[in-house]
Design a protein around this ligand. Structure first.
Ligand SMILES: Cc1cc2nc3c(=O)[nH]c(=O)nc-3n(C[C@H](O)[C@H](O)[C@H](O)COP(=O)(O)O)c2cc1C
Length: 314
């Protein structure tokens, strides 16, 4: 069986430009950036920007964050009326304080009856699969509790699970808990995807081998490194070593990525240039003179100037 390799949802990162670059480089499936259920329901203008897509940006999933099952359902129904999504994911993993305070994101891990109710209300009504993004726990590691949460999601109608192998309090650092991800996988019959520290094909294989998961989602490993999708696929198929892009391949991929941002991102030109600088550093950070380039990028005043700066790098 070929494991599925998806691009993970990342707020502030996986915009249309990022998804197009990832798809052209082998990502089988992508997510929109996370959407707040209330903002979706009440038509916050920022949401329209997050939902920008193209016919070739398929298959695509949407992820909602919220605490109230009925608001989540109404938001999901509204979303389905105007975007063609493959699945609707419930975020039960976000560690941001403002999200936790509202009882949403990873806070749902502490209130599994509410999480179960939310899954059920969406799964009963929506015509597409409802999935759940989980972490392995809230504050502390508890392998059995992680398995129970996965089983609750399945029993209430979840179609797949995406499990980030860290607790909420670990944030994005620290060891990945493969045992808990495996326990979640073994507790259910629906497909389970593992995520956490998939920075190269070897780490992808480790996740699959140690957890028995059906697929993986690649997150930070894809920043400035869209080659990771094909590299993982080739490594899993034949053990082939990764293709390491040289500077000129990096520069052309980066310029293509920036051209998509220029074309598709609807934000002010100052914000766009700042965002492009961040993206440029993902691609260029390994260079010996990266800190000088960073300083130069900060001084750039236009898209054209940024492209000229990239062209000058040797
Ligand atoms: C900048 C950033 C934003 C993220 N935003 C989301 C999000 O909106 N929804 C979500 O489910 N996970 C989000 N994640 C978590 C990733 O999807 C992934 O599960 C996590 O980063 C672990 O994978 P990694 O260690 O390979 O990066 C985000 C991660 C990062 C780094």
């Amino acid at each position: 069986m070929n494991p599925k390799i998806y691009l993970a949802p990342m707020s502030g990162v996986t915009d249309l430009a990022f998804r197009l670059i990832s798809r052209e480089s082998g990502a089988a499936h992508c997510f929109f950036e996370m959407l707040d259920a209330k903002a979706t329901l009440y038509g916050h203008p920022g949401n329209k920007r997050l939902l920008k897509t193209l016919p070739k940006d398929l298959p695509i999933a949407a992820q909602l964050v919220g605490a109230d099952p009925s608001v989540m359902l109404e938001a999901a129904e509204k979303l389905l009326a105007f975007v063609n999504i493959s699945l609707l994911d419930i975020n039960s993993a976000c560690p941001a304080k403002k999200v936790i305070k509202k009882g949403a994101g990873a806070a749902l891990l502490k209130d599994t009856p509410r999480l179960g109710k939310m899954v059920k209300s969406l799964a009963d009504k929506l015509r597409i699969p409802v999935t759940v993004k989980l972490r392995t726990g809230f504050n502390r590691r508890d392998v059995a509790a992680c398995a129970r949460t996965a089983a609750i999601c399945e029993a209430n109608g979840a179609g797949s699970l995406f499990v980030h192998g860290r607790t909420m309090s670990q944030g994005y650092s620290g060891d990945v808990d493969y045992e808990s991800v495996r326990a979640a996988k073994e507790a259910v019959k629906i497909p389970v995807f593992g995520s956490g520290n998939i920075f190269d094909p070897q780490m992808a294989k480790k996740m699959l081998d140690e957890t028995g998961c059906d697929g993986i989602t690649v997150a930070r490993g894809a920043l400035g490194n869209p080659w990771i999708f094909k590299n993982i696929e080739n490594y899993l198929k034949s053990g082939a070593p990764s293709e390491t892009p040289g500077l000129s391949a990096k520069k052309s991929m980066l310029k293509k990525h920036l051209s998509y941002i220029e074309k598709y991102k609807d934000i002010s030109s100052d914000d766009k240039l700042g965002f492009m600088g961040k993206v440029a550093m993902w691609y260029l950070k390994g260079l010996y003179n990266a800190s000088r380039i960073r300083a130069e990028i900060c001084r750039v005043r236009s898209y054209r100037e940024l492209i000229r700066l990239i062209d000058r790098q040797k």
